[in-house]
Design a protein around this ligand. Structure first.
Ligand code: HEC
Ligand code: HEC
Ligand code: HEC
Ligand code: HEC
Ligand code: HEC
Ligand code: HEC
Length: 274
């Protein structure tokens, strides 16, 4: 009997250890570890010379696309394609920005209306992949920059190795808010152009004006939440955040929305009965 209990305990402990390794691996999953330095850096004729930020195989604005654009990629490494690839990656797809300025973050050319000025924030000097991501593994979710405009932008999430169903834990509101400074608020606000800013960081379960029951019952939601506990079944802790309604890169809809907001309010109706 004693031995049995000990064995069970041992199995439990090794299960925990296995779980810990799994969590560790899933965080480190899919970064640039597999990509050779020389896939991005030019080799100097002097083999002992260090790589630099300037001697890259492509100009900075193009470097990332050589692999992450399905129409250009010949790496054979099967990276997630954020241009001309699957439209259902977690970050959305930049493809619609090739034909419309209003679909989200423009990487190919400048937004005709917004230029380099994020709504609700200060104009930037440049805007490309490296404004939001580091090229090297930095420990942050998806190698997102850990500091932007002087704000700490550490993002915690359990990344799906397929880049689709991530479990967001914390940090996205601060990340987006580092550029869109006026958007991170727990208050609802409206400007001259009507309603613009939805409150973020509020748990659906504690909100008087959100319908947690309806939201939690739905399967195949258009919207999603962040889970500060890290447990996606913790519906009482689920919070509304920027990516409840937006994609991080771009989408086929206005303002990188997750659904066609101009046509149908159904994303809003998942949480509100109004
Ligand atoms: C995915 C492309 C990519 C890969 C792979 C890559 N680098 Fe870089 N590296 C860059 C870019 C882009 C910069 C410039 C970063 C910047 O200015 O923000 C850079 C900058 C650097 C710098 C200058 C200092 C710094 O950190 O900014 C060094 C040194 C460097 N890389 C070394 C390496 C080494 C060594 C490897 C392989 C282990 C490697 N890089 C792999 C893209 C890459
Ligand atoms: C030589 C090809 C290549 C280039 C160039 C390249 N990547 Fe990648 N990237 C990959 C591959 C392959 C993966 C998938 C992970 C893996 O297998 O290493 C990846 C994964 C990623 C991811 C997901 C990381 C994660 O947490 O899973 C991001 C973000 C990313 N790349 C951004 C960039 C940015 C930004 C640049 C430009 C500085 C860039 N990549 C340049 C090949 C490339
Ligand atoms: C490094 C700064 C930066 C960060 C971080 C950032 N943005 Fe932006 N954003 C911009 C800039 C610059 C523009 C205007 C230029 C453009 O749309 O290409 C913009 C435009 C937008 C627009 C309007 C797009 C359009 O087509 O009119 C939306 C919506 C948006 N951002 C949402 C987000 C969300 C959500 C996040 C977080 C996932 C985020 N942004 C993070 C810089 C940033
Ligand atoms: C405005 C900031 C911003 C810019 C600019 C940006 N990214 Fe991202 N990227 C993000 C965020 C945030 C995520 C995480 C999205 C999620 O998990 O919902 C992400 C995710 C990714 C991923 C993982 C796949 C996915 O859809 O989640 C890759 C690969 C990637 N970015 C590459 C790029 C490349 C290449 C560029 C330039 C062409 C770029 N990013 C420009 C913020 C940005
Ligand atoms: C509950 C849904 C929802 C949430 C949460 C949300 N947004 Fe939005 N956002 C929208 C809608 C809808 C619009 C478009 C408003 C319109 O054009 O009528 C929009 C518009 C925007 C725009 C474009 C504004 C302009 O003037 O062009 C930016 C930038 C933006 N959101 C950033 C953010 C950021 C950053 C966060 C997180 C701090 C966030 N949003 C959270 C729904 C949301
Ligand atoms: C993921 C769930 C979720 C989604 C999707 C969502 N909301 Fe909300 N909304 C909330 C939460 C939580 C609050 C905070 C309510 C509170 O404090 O009682 C809120 C508050 C509001 C308020 C302020 C209500 C008040 O009286 O304080 C308005 C207006 C609003 N939402 C409109 C919208 C619109 C429009 C959309 C679609 C673009 C939308 N919401 C989508 C969760 C959501």
């Amino acid at each position: 009997m004693m031995i049995r209990i000990k064995l069970a305990g041992l199995i439990f402990i090794s299960f925990l250890a296995l779980n810990a390794t799994f969590i560790f691996c899933s965080n480190a999953w899919g970064k640039h570890n597999e990509v050779l330095c020389t896939a991005c850096h030019l080799k100097s004729t002097d083999a002992s010379a260090p790589f630099t930020a300037e001697d890259l195989v492509q100009p900075r604005e193009m470097l990332c696309r050589t692999c992450h654009d399905a129409d250009l990629d010949v790496s054979g490494l099967n990276p997630p394609h954020v241009f001309n690839g699957a439209p259902d990656l977690a970050g959305g797809s930049f493809t619609p920005t090739l034909v419309s300025d209003g679909a989200g973050h423009n990487m190919q050319h400048r937004d005709g209306k917004l230029g380099l000025t994020p709504p609700g924030g200060m104009a930037l000097d440049a805007f490309d992949c490296l404004t939001c991501h580091d090229a090297h593994d930095n420990g942050n979710f998806r190698n997102l920059k850990k500091e932007i405009n002087g704000y700490v932008t550490v993002v915690e999430a359990d990344g799906d190795p397929d880049y689709r169903q991530n479990v967001y834990i914390s940090g996205i509101n601060d990340f987006c808010g580092a550029c869109h400074e006026d958007f991170t608020s727990v208050r609802n606000s409206s400007g001259a152009g009507g309603w613009t800013r939805h409150p973020v960081g509020i748990a659906l379960g504690s909100a008087a004006h959100a319908d947690l029951d309806n939201w939690s019952r739905l399967t195949n939601k258009a919207t999603q939440a962040q889970y500060p506990s890290g447990n996606p079944n913790d519906i009482y802790g689920a919070q509304v955040f920027c990516l409840s309604c937006h994609r991080a890169h771009a989408s086929p809809y206005d303002n990188a929305m997750r659904w066609d907001h101009r046509q149908k309010p159904y994303g809003c109706l998942e949480c509100h009965t109004f």
